[in-house]
Design a protein around this ligand. Structure first.
Ligand SMILES: Cc1cc2nc3c(=O)[nH]c(=O)nc-3n(C[C@H](O)[C@H](O)[C@H](O)COP(=O)(O)OP(=O)(O)OC[C@H]3O[C@@H](n4cnc5c(N)ncnc54)[C@H](O)[C@@H]3O)c2cc1C
Length: 560
């Protein structure tokens, strides 16, 4: 204590560090090597390297520095005019610039890469997302709106909006919102109360939209019920809205407030009052929930990619920390139980990634009409399955990542808690886990989807040469077969609904294990990389088959 410099000798912990997020990710680069023709890979790789460097470097540091900035709603100007402008954070402004520069939307719509365009786009999104403060939320909806308009067959709107939504010019770029959820419900959208009234030949909307993220967007797709239409989803119609006029005045709407949320705090999520908002009917004045479906395929794919990206980021930080932090005389990375904990998370991340990029590949095929009937049936089923399973995996993995930092993981200025808060939204928006499980269970083409899923899983395991991978492959097929048997067991509707989540998760985890085995064998055969093998075997030791007996009476007793 007599030493005046004693404080300088106090221990300080080195912070985790991120390297180039593309170069440091053998899963992404290995999968791209396996999937893309060499010339396509060569053409996209330099940009992935650049984005990987930004995401682990400059953009990540900007994100940490920007931690306390949040969007603000400025309802009035100095002269008493109602303006309802939204000020977004500095990082969001930079994220917009990078979006345009790297074509995070545009890449998917350009001809050059054909059916590989979605793979190239989502590889970029996967790298960009964790350092973007969920700027990917408006991007997902922008991409979804572009796709929906393209499929709507409305030439005037396509000509007006598509060049902006897919622009590579910052001055021309628009983002789009998706205004669906009302106070009556986000899952049961058919109960929406917003009215569409034809006045002097133009549609005007009246109602309240309860969750509208990225209200800073220039345009939105929304649902409203034309007067005289029947109740339910069938009676809704899809409308295109320009939020402001050329002078910046709001188009007959009011931003009541921004929501005070658990996470995604950089995303300005607003409550809107539509008070005669001018809107353009996109297609027919009916069947709006069906018309907006292309939006959901796209946003659910974004959700799944972002889930994997959060898992990868969490693990990159946790592994860096484990190499630097010592406890009981060794770096955490060398403590057997800590290593076992992180290995379990890696295996989940690999499984989630392979399923998600299967979805991405199928979306790309469908959009370029290079898809057969079986692949189309698979796409329809794996869209809800991938979104729901990866949302759950992301929350579980990121929660464990937080614990792997001990107390530091719980402290805000490490930037770590934000990761968990932001991940928690993934199972909620774009369809909750239960709603998507029911969506999968109740779809009219479930049997075709199931046959296609089994076909894909069987193809994965057919070529396995490594005996332990063969055993894991048999386990995957067994889980899918048991789920199919349960489905065909002819139980009543209540029992089927109660078991829908376990059914969906078993199908999803069975497929993930099959894809892991396939990728592991490919890696072994192409350079002898054994990490895929380790991921497949580790995943096979984690729960895959979640089917169990349903007893609704017992559950009712428990909840009584
Ligand atoms: C941060 C954030 C941003 C958002 N941004 C947007 C946006 O930009 N645009 C937009 O339109 N929406 C947005 N949403 C809304 C979101 O899509 C909805 O919250 C979500 O769809 C769920 O709807 P809900 O909140 O009405 O919950 P409810 O539909 O009331 O569901 C409540 C619970 O009941 C369960 N449930 C419902 N029906 C069933 C059933 N039949 N069987 C079993 N379980 C069931 C659900 O799984 C859920 O757990 C956002 C939400 C959040 C959190």
């Amino acid at each position: 204590m007599n030493d005046p410099n004693w404080q300088q000798s106090l221990f300080t912990q080195a912070a985790p560090e991120l390297g180039n997020q593309y170069r440091d990710d053998p899963l992404l680069s290995g999968w791209l090597r396996r999937t893309l023709p060499p010339d396509v890979l060569r053409s996209v790789e330099p940009e992935l390297e650049e984005l990987g460097g930004l995401a682990g470097g400059e953009l990540y540091h900007l994100q940490l520095a920007d931690r306390l900035n949040e969007p603000r709603l400025l309802q009035w100007d100095a002269w008493g005019n109602r303006t309802d402008t939204i000020e977004v954070s500095p990082l969001w402004r930079e994220a917009e610039r990078l979006t345009v520069r790297h074509g995070l939307i545009a890449t998917a719509y350009e001809e050059a890469l054909g059916r590989y365009a979605r793979i190239a786009q989502f590889a970029k999104v996967y790298l960009f997302h964790p350092s973007s403060d969920v700027y990917t939320c408006p991007l997902a909806m922008t991409d979804g709106a572009a796709r929906t308009l393209l499929e709507s067959g409305n030439p005037a709107l396509i000509e007006r909006a598509l060049p902006h939504l897919t622009a590579r010019d910052p001055a021309a770029f628009w983002t789009s919102g998706q205004w669906m959820t009302e106070t009556t419900g986000g899952s049961d959208v058919g109960r929406s109360q917003t009215r569409a009234v034809l006045q002097d030949g133009a549609w005007r909307l009246y109602g309240r939209k309860w969750f509208t993220s990225a209200v800073s967007s220039q345009v939105a797709l929304t649902l409203a019920r034309p007067e005289g239409n029947p109740p339910g989803g069938k009676g809704l119609a899809m409308f295109f809205v320009e939020v402001r006029d050329a002078a910046g005045r709001l188009n007959g709407l009011r931003v009541d407030r921004l929501k005070d949320k658990l996470g995604t705090r950089k995303v300005p999520t607003a409550e809107l009052m539509l008070e005669g908002t001018r809107a353009e009917l996109v297609g027919e004045p009916l069947h709006g929930t069906r018309a907006i479906e292309p939006m959901l395929v796209v946003t659910r794919t974004w959700n799944s990619v972002c889930a994997c990206a959060f898992m990868r980021r969490g693990l990159a930080l946790a592994r860096s920390y484990a190499a630097r932090r010592e406890a009981f005389g060794q770096p955490l990375a060398q403590q057997p139980l800590h290593a076992d904990t992180l290995a379990a998370l890696e295996a989940e991340t690999w499984g989630a990634f392979l399923m998600t990029f299967l979805l991405v590949e199928l979306v790309g095929r469908a959009e370029r009409s290079q898809i057969d009937d079986q692949q189309r049936a698979l796409l329809r089923l794996v869209t809800p399955l991938t979104k729901l399973v990866t949302g759950k995996q992301a929350v579980a993995v990121v929660s464990e990542v937080i614990e792997s930092f001990g107390g530091a993981g719980y402290v805000e200025d490490t930037g770590l808690p934000q990761l968990l808060r932001d991940a928690q939204v993934l199972p909620i928006w774009e369809g909750t886990t239960n709603v998507l499980s029911l969506d999968a269970l109740l779809r009219s083409d479930l049997h075709a989807g199931l046959a296609a899923l089994m076909g894909r899983a069987s193809a994965c395991v057919r070529g396995l040469g490594e005996p332990r991978l063969q055993a894991a492959g048999r386990q995957a097929i067994g889980a899918i077969e048991r789920a199919a048997l349960w489905l065909e067991s002819g139980q009543d509707r209540e029992v089927m609904q109660a078991g829908a989540r376990r059914l969906a998760l078993t199908l999803a985890r069975g497929l993930q294990l099959a894809l892991l085995c396939e990728h592991a064998q490919w890696l072994l055969d192409h350079g002898g990389d054994r990490r895929g093998y380790a991921a497949a075997l580790r995943f096979s030791r984690q729960p895959v088959d979640l089917i169990h007996e349903v007893d609704t009476e017992l559950d009712a007793l428990l909840l009584s």
